[in-house]
Design a binder for this molecule. Sequence first.
Ligand code: SAM
Length: 415
Amino acid sequence: QEPQHITEGQAKIQTCGKVFYNPVQEFNRDLSICVISAYATKVRQENLLCNKEPNVEIYKAGQKYEGGLNILEALSATGLRSIRYAKEIPGINKIVANDLSVKAVDDINKNIELNNVSHIVSSSHKDAIMLMYEHRKEKQFDVIDLDPYGCPSMFLDSAVQSIKNGGLLLVTATDMAVLAGNTPETCYSKYGAISLKVKSCHEMAVRILLQCIEAHANKYGKYIEPLLSVSADFYIRVFVRIYNGSYKCKYTLSKLSHVYHCTGCDSVILQPLGITKPNEKNDKITKFSLPTYSTIPSKCEHCGNPFHVGGPIWAAPIHSLEFVSDVLNFATGTLGTYKRIEGILSLISEELVDSPLYYVLEKLSGTIKVETPSMIMLRSAILNAGYQVSSSHMHKTAIKTNAPTKVLWDIMRSW
Ligand code: SAM
């Protein structure tokens, strides 16, 4: 392969041609810049509230700030992402750009020089897992970015341990066939959950990845708060905060559900794994009960066919809408994929966060063989029936709603 010269954002880089570089991932990098910038601001506000930080009014990208964020890009390839973070995100102390490949580290070193960011970015040539384990007890990172080939799960155990309380973990998964139900058995061995070929497979993929991160975090008395979850092109990307708190782990089972998927009409029922309730006076004391499964019939009430059972999936919100609106403020016209970021974040900010998964318009009409209504007509019918409805950024004709499936079939049949 030929050596390449690449300009993306504020970075100009060279690569020997034998190191991974994908121009399509510019959106992923641009979005991550907006997310880390919003996170940095949020952390400063939190620190100001508890007087941990002097009130510095203006942070500039490209300058090093003692007390700023310490970032690990565990799987860095050319260093492009780390260099962009250094030049485009204000309030950073240092970034470690790590890769196992000698050629990649060679590229990273050259690109650090070329971009004059050696005061912020340093290279590291280690197995990412070993490097993160070295930071388990001390010098934990504020931000860890995992952008592997395919499945990220083998990096999660070390990542959740080497991140600070309240730190930000960014995770890409590109093994969509596994996550979207083509090989449920492989999905179980990699992510600890069975994937299904449901119509909302992209959202199910995100929710499988989130439950996998939560499971790893729980082992160490930690838990996740998803800030933003995106499905784009051929991958998913989640942005979660990781907090310490063993007693909060008692709530995990009430945030997870099994997915019952009808093999006939594609109806989906979610069944929580458990119910955890806080004590009214002290939320550190909880009451837990196992579900009775009395709501799950042996056959689908709509068509009489049996179910496949998948999951568990993360059934709690996958975004914080407050954080999404913060991220939108950092999406500026200087980013190459600004229009796309603005479009996707605007759609996300309208998504119903308490209604997991979605229906697909033409699949609903196809199943009961009626003419496909317009999206507007179906949405008004759902609203008129007294339920909420929204689209999803994950599919053009997705319908997210809190209406029971029966209501939806009734509306479709009345067309
Ligand atoms: N983040 C990069 C970007 O935005 O351009 C792309 C990363 S590329 C998909 C994955 C990289 O992970 C490859 O360069 C590969 O050499 C590296 N890698 C794979 N396994 C690793 C490991 N165990 N430790 C460190 N690096 C590893």
